[in-house]
Design a protein around this ligand. Structure first.
Ligand code: SF4
Length: 384
């Protein structure tokens, strides 16, 4: 596996792993840094989590509710579809009502891009090769430059240029990167380099190959995603595999998990992927055993209740919920807070020390009390 090293490569940007879950630090590919409003992307910036609204952008009230819910869930950038002029006008209404950076997703019509910029969006997702005459591209680029708004070039295996498809007979990594290179050269030709790129396919091997090839050739920041990944459960697994391979190699600067469900789940999945690799530290990490015939407490119910009640915690606490004395004390000791189950009771641990024995029915409340004490009094490693 490339770039996964114990010793950070001096040419790459190392990140710290979470304090209590030992992981091999991942050295990230060095990319250029740009800003989508207040959110930095690329360089040594944390890998940001994006999502996209699923409401009709023209319905500003409903869309604002979804944007607010996404922000509460930790989403850092929200993209909105702008299919027509009414949607662009809606952006103008929405922009002052939320602080989160907004990206307008535009296809084909340069006037919509200009209207979205006029509305104050912080980013555009637009392929310059798809909006026609050069003067139209020039107008968009000029307006984006004036407002310091970056443009994401989004290459999708399902909508490659006809000549590239005909050349290879089917979507290939080379064709996807070639497509990105064409759009990039249009923007560079106009002196515009505030560029992000995404190369997405439903196929994981194709997405991975395209992103690897791109990051070997370019240092523009990469937006990762597995497109049309499916419904919440299979789509999250599919995305975790695809994005996990790339992120473990240090590739990727921002991501969106595309799921056919409430976009909040996209945000949750995005953070879970990043936290699993030690690339972000937002929220608790829960270690829980699967339970088995040795458990003498209802471990699954206990773990689910702990997960539910810690749902809104932002601090990077490591919590262990374990079923019996076989592996329980070891894992519970290694966590910030842990439960090791016994017969209808549990031992409560805090950072390696036994606090007390607690009856099963009171275990979750007792754990949550200790969480609050740690939150009030303890130092946490810097939240990213
Ligand atoms: Fe079974 Fe105990 Fe292991 Fe949990 S910790 S899976 S209860 S042996």
């Amino acid at each position: 596996m490339r770039n996964l090293k114990n010793k950070p490569d001096p040419n790459l940007t190392p990140l710290d792993s979470p304090p209590s879950v030992p992981l091999i630090p991942i050295a990230r590919r060095k990319t250029r840094k740009l800003w989508v409003g207040r959110v930095a992307i690329g360089g040594d910036s944390p890998i940001s989590v994006q999502s996209m609204t699923k409401t009709d952008t023209r319905d500003a009230d409903t869309t604002l509710r979804e944007i607010n819910a996404l922000e509460v869930a930790g989403c850092e950038i929200v993209r909105l579809a702008v299919p027509d002029h009414a949607a662009a006008l809606s952006l103008k209404r929405l922009r002052p009502l939320t602080h989160i950076p907004l990206i307008a997703d535009i296809h084909f019509d340069y006037r919509l891009a200009l209207a979205a910029l006029e509305a104050g969006v912080e980013g555009l997702r637009l392929n310059p090769g798809n909006i026609g005459a050069r003067w139209k591209v020039e107008e968009v680029v000029k307006a984006a430059k004036e407002r310091k708004v970056p443009i994401r070039i989004g290459v999708n295996a399902g909508s490659l240029e006809k000549d590239l498809l005909a050349r290879d007979g089917h979507p290939t990594a080379e064709a996807m990167v070639e497509s990105a290179a064409r759009h990039i050269s249009i923007l560079e030709g106009l002196g515009f380099e505030q560029i992000k790129v995404s190369l997405k396919a439903f196929s994981i091997p194709l997405t991975v190959a395209a992103c690897r090839l791109f990051s070997d050739r370019f240092d523009y920041p990469l937006h990762l995603g597995i497109t049309e990944a499916g419904t919440a459960f299979p789509g999250s697994i599919r995305s975790a595999i695809g994005l996990g391979i790339l992120l473990a190699e240090g590739i990727g600067d921002t991501l969106r998990v595309s799921l056919t469900c409430d976009p909040i789940e996209e945000v949750r999945a995005g953070y879970e992927i990043l936290r699993s690799l030690g690339l972000r530290q937002r929220g608790p990490i829960l270690t829980s055993c699967p339970s088995c015939g040795r458990a003498e407490i209802d471990l699954p119910a206990l773990a689910c209740e702990v997960e539910r009640r810690l749902g809104n915690l932002h601090e990077p606490l490591h919590i262990a919920v374990m079923g019996c004395p076989v592996n329980g004390p070891g894992e519970a000791r290694a966590a910030d807070l842990g439960i090791a189950g016994g017969r209808g009771v549990g031992l409560l641990f805090c950072r390696g020390k036994i606090l007390r024995k607690v009856p099963e029915a009171e275990l979750v409340d007792a754990l949550l009390e200790e969480v609050e004490k740690l939150r009030k009094g303890a130092e946490f490693h810097a939240l990213d």
